[in-house]
Design a protein around this ligand. Structure first.
Ligand SMILES: NC(=O)c1ccc[n+]([C@@H]2O[C@H](COP(=O)([O-])OP(=O)(O)OC[C@H]3O[C@@H](n4cnc5c(N)ncnc54)[C@H](OP(=O)(O)O)[C@@H]3O)[C@@H](O)[C@H]2O)c1
Length: 237
């Protein structure tokens, strides 16, 4: 329980069909939280207390409809984890416009929409925790990931400004910045490039799902109500 007497109960995690998002949905459902997830594709497995929505996080009409149903059925969201994200390795001179639009839509528009809609619901109860997803690709200025890094720099900036705008409603807004984690997102990155990347970290290893859950656990803690507007990069980047 935090100083305002709130206990986390309902978590909304985006991008839960696979990868980090699926791990987080499974982990928090196993701890007894009510977890709501979403992705464009359907969920493959059933988890206790878990509800899945099939939608694109950048589809405003569908997102608003989902939030209306959540407000009706749960009446609250305590924690929003904006995990849904896509990446693409392209030299800038070879980057198609469609790739740019897809990345910005999912990573920036999607994060914005979920922050806005969750912020409305959270503000009614005067409590909420929003955790966005940045990446070490931005501070490391990774070649080949210009649009992806720029999209996540926008997420970091949204995080910092929304932290100020939403503080008066008892909502904290932070971001976790993972290092490479072995998921489909990085499957196409050549091995030599990946090794060079890991070598630029202070701690030269892949990130694990638990490394990310640990940061989210910390940000959800009652005692973390004075922590907002921060982007926590992993691996010593
Ligand atoms: N893995 C890494 O090395 C790494 C490093 C730094 C940061 N991150 C960040 O961590 C987050 C998760 O990445 P990941 O590695 O778990 O990726 P992943 O394995 O490719 O999974 C991405 C998830 O997001 C969903 N998704 C993608 N676009 C969506 C959209 N427009 N609307 C709704 N859902 C969407 C996917 O499901 P559908 O395909 O069914 O939509 C999937 O469940 C991302 O924000 C990523 O940028 C990852």
């Amino acid at each position: 329980m935090n100083k305002a007497g709130h206990v986390n109960e309902v978590l909304l995690i985006t991008g839960t069909r696979k990868g980090i998002g699926y791990y987080l949905a499974e982990y928090y459902a196993s701890l007894g939280y009510k977890v709501i997830g979403c992705s464009r594709g359907p969920a493959d497995t059933e988890l206790p207390g878990y509800r899945h929505y099939c939608l694109d996080v950048a589809d405003e009409a569908k997102v608003k409809q989902m939030f209306a149903e959540i407000a009706r059925d749960y009446g609250r969201i305590d924690v929003l984890v904006n995990n849904a994200g896509i990446a693409s390795m392209n030299h800038v001179l070879l980057t198609p416009m469609k790739t740019v639009q897809n990345i910005l839509n999912t990573n920036v528009i999607g994060t914005f929409l979920f922050c806005r809609e969750a912020g409305k619901l959270m503000s009614k109860r005067g409590y909420g925790r929003i955790i966005n997803f940045a990446t070490v690709a931005a501070p490391l200025k990774l070649e080949g990931e210009a649009v992806y890094a720029a999209s996540k720099a926008a997420v970091a900036s949204l995080t910092e400004v929304l932290a100020r705008e939403l503080a008066e409603f008892g909502i904290t807004v932070n971001a976790v910045g993972p290092t490479p984690v072995k998921t489909d997102l990085i499957r196409s990155v050549p091995q030599a490039k990946m090794e060079a990347l890991l070598n630029r970290q202070a701690i030269k290893r892949f990130g694990e799902f638990q490394d990310i859950a640990n940061v989210i656990d910390f940000l959800m803690k009652p005692e973390s109500d004075f922590v907002t507007g921060q982007v926590l990069y992993l691996g010593g980047v």
